[in-house]
Ligand binder design. Structure first.
Ligand SMILES: [Zn+2]
Length: 364
């Protein structure tokens, strides 16, 4: 029964692109000593009751009290090994979400983690923390940090501080350059927490992104970019007014040149390629590849919107959705002091982490 409830609200919120995209976000439920968490690689929109991973809460709690190596690689390897060992019998083939420990911190029965563009307009803004304290005194602000174990430890500390200050357990976490967590003992309260937060943000953000069609697709350029990306690659074009406005100059592009959240890095790569009017497209593409070691997935064209490139149509669609999500965040962030990208150090960590994850996948 609890798994059906968990799957139902996961599908409900996960199917709303305003709240989360692609494989982002996760959910969990607790029943006695068991924590059911979304499996890594599954999507909230389509996750089924049997896709959740049953974990031993006692072993997860022990991880929070254990001392792990300081260095990134050995710490991540050790924490991952303990996380896999915390799975209950029969779960061997599943892989729990990397944020499982964070879910385990909440005493409440249900946890919902989303990446809404409206919320990230606040969490990816220069004055985000000050505005969060003003608009949402009931929420706990979590500074941007490395995902997984480090993030869980930071949340534990901030949640303990909140409890000693207010006498209550935290039910909302606002994660800088990432998203939001809600926790409640019943689904109705979870929904109320989410709707209230979004309602307050909607009322505060005077500007909403304009997605009316503005620029026309240049099919010859799109095909050329796709061919430069990889043989047989496909492109998707976005000529929405808001994207075109950002593409007018390198100055107007500033809020979109660095990634806002890990999702943007995973699906769009850390940086877009900007193509000024009349530039040598092939040379610009080659320069980008030489600098970053891979081809760009998002190519902005001066005054012309952007092209999303990938090996498959599905991946190109996802890259376009995430690039549009970044546009929304940049617009919403104006209400909170303007766009604040993820720090360069964190971007570097996540880029390398992605590489490691990919290598691990190939090695399997
Ligand atoms: Zn997340």
């Amino acid at each position: 029964m609890i798994l059906q409830t968990l799957a139902r609200f996961s599908n409900l919120y996960g199917g709303n692109p305003e709240l989360v995209l692609a494989g982002g976000g996760n959910t969990s439920a607790k029943d006695g000593n068991t924590l059911y968490i979304k499996g890594s690689g599954t999507r909230l929109a389509t996750v089924a009751p049997e896709d959740f991973v049953a974990m031993d809460r006692g072993r997860l709690a022990a991880m929070l009290d254990k001392t792990y190596p300081q260095e990134d690689a050995p710490r991540e390897a050790a924490a991952l090994a303990d996380l896999m060992a915390a799975k209950l019998p029969g779960q061997e083939a599943k892989r729990p979400s990397v944020e499982t420990l964070l879910h385990a911190l909440f005493p409440m029965r249900y946890v919902l983690h989303l990446h809404p563009a409206l919320v990230n307009g606040l969490t990816c803004a220069a004055d985000g923390k000050a505005w969060a304290e003003k608009l949402f005194p009931q929420a706990v602000w979590i500074e941007a940090c490395k995902p997984g174990y480090i993030l869980a430890m930071l949340c534990r500390e901030r949640m303990a501080q909140y409890k000693s200050r207010t006498g209550r357990d935290a039910q909302i976490l606002l994660l800088q350059n990432h998203g939001v967590f809600f926790a409640a003992d019943d689904v109705q309260t979870l929904d109320t927490l989410l709707c209230d937060l979004l309602g307050t943000l909607r009322a505060h953000c005077a500007q909403t992104p304009d997605f009316s069609a503005s620029a026309d697709e240049d099919a010859a350029l799109g095909s050329r970019l796709a061919a430069l990306y990889a043989p047989g690659a496909v492109y998707r074009f976005c000529g929405a007014a808001e994207a075109v406005r950002f593409s007018e100059s390198l100055t107007s592009m500033q809020p979109l040149l660095e990634p806002f959240t890990p999702d943007h890095i995973v699906y769009c790569k850390a940086h877009p390629l900007y193509l000024p009017r009349g530039c040598d497209v092939q040379a610009a593409f080659a320069d980008y590849r030489a600098l970053h070691g891979y081809a760009p997935k998002i190519c902005y064209v001066q005054g012309g919107g952007f092209y999303a490139l990938s090996e498959t149509a599905k991946q190109a669609d996802t890259a376009m959705l995430l690039a549009l999500d970044a546009v929304k965040i940049a617009v919403y962030s104006r209400a909170f002091g303007g766009a604040l990208p993820q720090s360069k150090a964190l971007t570097e960590f996540i880029v390398n982490w992605e590489v490691e994850a990919y290598r691990a996948k190939l090695a399997q």
